[in-house]
Ligand binder design. Sequence first.
Ligand SMILES: [Zn+2]
Length: 378
Amino acid sequence: MKKLIQIYTGGVSGRNISTQQIAQKLGVLENSRIDGIIVGWSLEHQIYRWLRDYTKERGIELYLWFQVLSEFKGLGNFKAVESLHGKPLQSAVFDGDEEFSFYCPSHPDTCRALLNIYETYFSEIAFDGVFLDRIRFPSPGSDSNALFSCTCPYCMEKLAKTGIGTADIEEARRQIQEDMKKGAVFNIREYKDGKYSFYSGQLEAYLSARTDLITGIVKTLSEYFREKGLKVGLDLFAPFLAVFVGQDYKELSGVADFIKPMLYRHTYTPAGMQYELEGMACGRAGDMKQIVGMEDGGLTDFMEKELRTAQMLAVCDVYAGMEVHTAKGLPLVETRAVREGVELTEKMKCVGRVASWNILETSGENLLAFMEEGKRTI
Ligand SMILES: [Zn+2]
């Protein structure tokens, strides 16, 4: 099984991380076989150059961790996503320098600005691939209005081609609100095989059409990078969350070399499975857990279900994303928990697994547990 690790060097302004610090952490893994390193997204060239030499010597692939629809606001002409009636969306900063304000995927300037950022700041480094992150709309876990973005003229024009207009989105929103009052969750009828069915046909059609907007920009970027001989990996929300942020596993995996579903069981932070569910369903979280089959507690069984779903939906390799640390101040991810995740990925015969999301913040014990082959006890 392939084992990849992620190194977060900070947002565009960096975290003043030295190559010695990285070398020291990688030293823990000297006797382990690493297949890939995903690193980003500060603009500090010396880190990438040092890692390129390090990985070349050892036959390790090096991926640029590249943010698509957030984080680079100051570097390009990006338009923020618009929600119904111009309601502003909450934008959050997380962990000091991660920035969760999102821009429109359909505006022609978005793609142009992203390619310009890549060419200006990163193209000189001989990466083996790019790992595209934040390929989504803002999460309804942080703001319920996020589900009704982006409604800018560029997005509405694309949605109109599938017969969706503003009135349909308004109706979908009204139905969800009404349902929540009655005790239903997001109008969901059923969640099966990674797909939701909704009582409201309009909501189902809208959410499905909306995924095309995200697929569109990922397709364009993927073609661009592949033409340059780079591999493409994608960071995705767990399958049960995907449709709510505009991600379609089948379509996206069709334009990628691998996908990494973020099957985070412990971290109560963005992309954490429980964090996102409780954020979006609020008072109805218990009902939604029942619908998707999430048990309270360790979430290892739920990870297994979601991993199986990802494997079933994807048409490319699936590397399970498992967290080996969490944000400061939250309960630590224990080594026992890392081991459980490792055993699960081995049992499920995953093509790969990814130590997320920053090995610089985890313990040597957790890293070594991540690299070990599972004992197949579960
Ligand atoms: Zn838009």
